[in-house]
Design a protein around this ligand. Structure first.
Ligand SMILES: [Zn+2]
Length: 251
C-alpha cells in the first residue's frame, strides 16, 4: 500500500480531514486501509461513491448491472448526457479513479444475488446500500448477518429518506426493522419512482458519514436507530428499534 503520509500531495489532498478532531494521519490511514462494497451506483450510489473516493477509502467495489438512461441524470451525478446507454460501473470506475487515483476501484457489472453475495461481500469490510429495491436489501442483510459485516442502509422516495446502520453483533438487522422482506420485486409505479433529486444526495452523504465514523471508531452510529429525513418540513428525526429475539435472520 502506498503511504500517503510520505507524499506531500497526499497530505495536501486530505488536509481538511487530517486536522479534524480525532482524525489525523492515524485516522486517514484507517480509511486508506478500509474496503467498501457499494451495491447500486444510481441516485444514492453516485454521491456515496464520490464522497468515499474523495475521502480516500483504499478499496471501493461498485456493483450494478444497469446502463445510464436520460431519466437518471438529474440525480445520478456521476454520469453525463453523452454517456447515456453505457455501463454505469464502467463509467463510475473511470470517473472515481480520476477523482482520486489513490483509490482502487473494482467494477462488478452484475446484480447481487443469493448465489454471488457471500463470495463478493466476504472480501470487503462493510457494505453500503445504493439500491432501490427491498429484494437486494434482503440479500445484503442476510449475507452481512452471516458474515458479521456492517451494513449501512439508505432508502429514498419522493421527498423522504431513511438511514440506519445494521451490524448483527452490535444491534438489530434490517429484518428486525422490516419483517418479511420480499423474495421477489414487483414493478414500481410511477408514483413510487418519483424522487426529488437532492434527497438521494442528502441520504447518500449521511450514509458515507456513518461509514467514515464506523471506520474511525468515532461517535455514536445509527445502530438500532432509523434516521428519517423529510425535505418539505424540513426535518430530521431518529426513532429507536430493537433487535428481535425471533428475527428469522439475526435472532
Ligand atoms: Zn434481525
Amino acid at each position: 500500500m502506498k503511504d500517503f503520509t510520505n507524499d506531500s500531495r497526499g497530505l495536501e489532498r486530505y488536509s481538511r480531514h487530517l486536522t479534524l478532531p480525532s482524525w489525523g494521519k492515524k485516522g486517514q490511514k484507517k480509511i486508506k486501509a478500509a474496503s467498501i462494497l457499494l451495491v447500486g451506483v444510481g441516485g444514492l450510489g453516485s454521491p456515496i461513491s464520490l464522497y468515499l473516493a474523495g475521502a480516500g477509502v483504499g478499496r471501493l467495489g461498485l456493483m450494478d448491472d444497469d446502463h445510464v438512461s436520460v431519466s437518471n441524470l438529474p440525480r445520478q451525478v456521476l454520469y453525463s448526457t453523452d454517456e447515456v446507454g453505457q455501463s454505469k460501473v464502467g463509467i463510475a470506475q473511470k470517473r472515481l479513479t480520476r477523482l482520486n487515483p489513490d483509490v482502487e476501484v473494482l467494477a462488478f457489472s452484475e446484480r447481487l444475488t443469493d448465489e454471488n453475495a457471500p463470495e463478493i461481500i466476504k472480501d470487503f469490510d462493510l457494505v453500503l446500500d445504493g439500491t432501490d429495491n427491498m429484494v437486494t436489501r434482503r440479500i445484503i442483510n442476510q449475507t452481512c448477518v452471516r458474515l458479521d459485516k456492517p451494513y449501512i442502509f439508505g432508502a429514498v422516495n419522493r421527498f423522504d429518506g431513511q438511514v440506519s446502520v445494521f451490524h448483527a453483533s452490535r444491534g438489530p438487522c434490517l429484518e428486525c426493522l422490516f419483517p418479511d422482506l420480499p423474495e421477489e420485486e414487483r414493478e414500481k409505479t410511477e408514483e413510487e419512482l418519483a424522487i426529488l433529486n437532492t434527497v438521494p444526495a442528502i441520504i447518500g452523504a449521511l450514509q458515507v458519514t456513518e461509514a467514515l465514523k464506523l471506520i474511525l471508531g468515532m461517535a455514536d452510529l445509527l445502530v438500532g436507530r432509523l434516521l428519517l429525513f423529510n425535505a418539505l418540513e424540513p426535518s430530521i428525526q431518529c426513532i429507536q428499534f430493537q433487535k428481535k429475539d425471533d428475527c428469522k435472520v439475526c435472532g
